[in-house]
Design a protein around this ligand. Structure first.
Ligand SMILES: C[S@@+](CC[C@H](N)C(=O)[O-])C[C@H]1O[C@@H](n2cnc3c(N)ncnc32)[C@H](O)[C@@H]1O
Ligand code: SF4
Length: 450
């Protein structure tokens, strides 16, 4: 079947499955007793994964879908840091002393907006309250436009060993339309200075589907970015959700590429990256064969969490900061999103959680199936069902839903074994969605499928 036809047929709105159940299905809660219970049994044998959310940027990129806001000066950031340190102490107290940590990740927003003193204070608090001795990955998201030498030194001093650089596009007309002017030399200088400070391993975030963006723009951006030799590249499809992010209204919808053009951009980008020797990982990541993520994918150790694809094996991920989401063996918890509410909660001595989702046995089962499909493109349902002590035919209604995608060549079904085909990989979210018990058909909350 012609790719154009597939795009027209499968361009529904489906989740990205960075969790299952997905965040719209978390429910509002009052009180934090339940979360204290969850945290008291959340230590994971291989160590916890910690995420620190810094929801501030110097200017708003109009496409941005992250939980962030503009801070023109350091006053709100400093107030935020005070609350963050308080939250870290509260959570550490609930988990118990010196829980071992395997990963520390700072995201946002723009974590490098923090002053070196603030960054070091948070890092020191974490070091006093958790056991950071065995951390194998300390990662930070960086906006190259605001990366000063002082910030580079701050990251190196803290032992950061992986960074993610927001690049998005190097096409100037597109940059103008997204309010993000960022010449190549600025990105190259950031990479060079980081490398000199000993942080050589970096991820480049690129986007397709932006206003007025073309296939040629994407290929030129990729060609330039490859000169910098990133170990990983993420190629995200622009999620246009102005009903959730009103600043996206500044983007002229008439200039957005349609579904067919978005698909052509994705395929062109993926082809160029494969041609340059990068392995495709899951839905939107690409990694050099020597990168740990590529090795994890090869060895069946790839996982999916709120930060996207990862080789992190931790069963507990604690998110600090307004809007941050945590995952413990019991389920998901999301912090208050509005900074003043979150601040008030922590200064009142409450864990600042606002939403939760405890996992039922069936949720866990479906989560396994969806994660296997999103990471490995294949799943043996009978095996997963047996491991979850369920009847082998429990998910047969979901299999039946895949008859048409199978007929269209997106997925191969052999008994109760599924494999997303090479033609089907851009549509892997649609295949995974067949196992989502909560998805309302044609739900408009989500962004486009491809
Ligand atoms: C927190 S930002 C990265 C760090 C830094 N704030 C920057 O922009 O340079 C995370 C990444 O999410 C991606 N992103 C943001 N908004 C998006 C959207 N609406 N759709 C798809 N990807 C998006 C961008 O690639 C961005 O680099
Ligand atoms: S893309 Fe990055 S820099 Fe731009 S507004 Fe979003 S978080 Fe801030």
């Amino acid at each position: 079947m012609d790719a154009r036809f597939l795009v027209a047929k499968y361009d529904g709105r489906v989740p990205r499955y960075t969790s299952y159940p997905t965040a719209p299905h978390f429910r509002a809660v009052v009180g934090d007793g339940w979360y204290r219970d969850w945290l008291s049994r959340a230590r994971s044998p291989g160590g916890l994964s910690l995420y620190v959310h810094v929801p501030f940027c110097r200017a708003m990129c109009w496409y941005c879908g992250c939980h962030t806001r503009v801070a023109k000066d350091d006053v709100p950031v400093q107030a935020y840091v005070g609350a963050l340190r308080r939250e870290i102490a509260l959570v550490a107290e609930a988990i118990g002393p010196l829980a071992p940590v395997s990963r520390l990740h700072w995201g946002g927003g723009t974590p490098t907006i923090l002053s070196p003193d603030a960054f070091a204070a948070i890092r020191d608090d974490l070091g006093h309250l958790f056991d950071l001795e065995a951390i194998d990955e300390h990662a930070v998201e960086i906006d190259p436009r605001t990366l000063t030498d002082e910030r580079v030194a701050m990251l190196a001093d803290a032992g950061v060993n992986r960074v993610s650089l927001g690049i998005q596009t190097l096409s100037e007309p597109v940059q103008q339309r997204i309010n993000r002017i960022q010449p190549f030399v600025q990105v190259a200088s950031a990479v060079e200075r980081l490398k000199r400070a000993g942080i050589g391993s970096f991820n480049a975030d690129l986007m397709y589907g932006l206003p007025a963006q073309t296939e040629e723009d994407i290929l030129e951006t990729i060609e330039a970015v490859l000169q910098l030799k990133p170990s990983r590249i993420s190629l995200f499809g622009y999620a246009h959700v102005p009903w959730m992010k009103p600043h996206q209204l500044k983007i002229d919808e008439a200039e957005l590429p349609d579904a067919q053009n978005r698909f052509a951009q994705l395929m062109a980008g993926a082809g160029a990256l494969a041609g340059a020797g990068y392995r495709r990982i899951g839905l939107d990541h690409f990694a050099r064969p020597d990168d740990v993520l590529a090795r994890a994918a090869e060895e069946g150790r790839l996982r999916r969490n709120f930060q996207g694809y990862t080789d992190d094996a931790a069963t507990t991920l604690i998110g600090f900061g307004a809007s941050a989401i945590s995952e413990t063996p019991d389920g998901y918890a999301q912090n208050l999103t509005a900074i003043p509410d979150w601040q008030r909660a922590v200064f009142d001595g409450r864990l600042p959680v606002a939403k939760m989702r405890a996992l039922s046995p069936e949720d866990r089962l479906r989560r396994r199936v969806i994660e296997d499909l999103m990471c490995d493109r294949t799943v043996d349902l009978e095996q997963v069902l047996a491991r979850h002590a369920q009847r082998p035919d429990l998910l047969d209604d979901c299999l039946a839903r895949l008859a048409e995608p199978a007929h269209d060549g997106l997925v191969e079904i052999d008994g109760r074994r599924l494999r997303v085909t090479e033609r089907g990989w851009p549509f892997m979210r649609n295949v995974a969605a067949a196992f989502d018990a909560y998805l309302v058909p044609d739900e408009t909350r989500h962004a486009r499928a491809v």
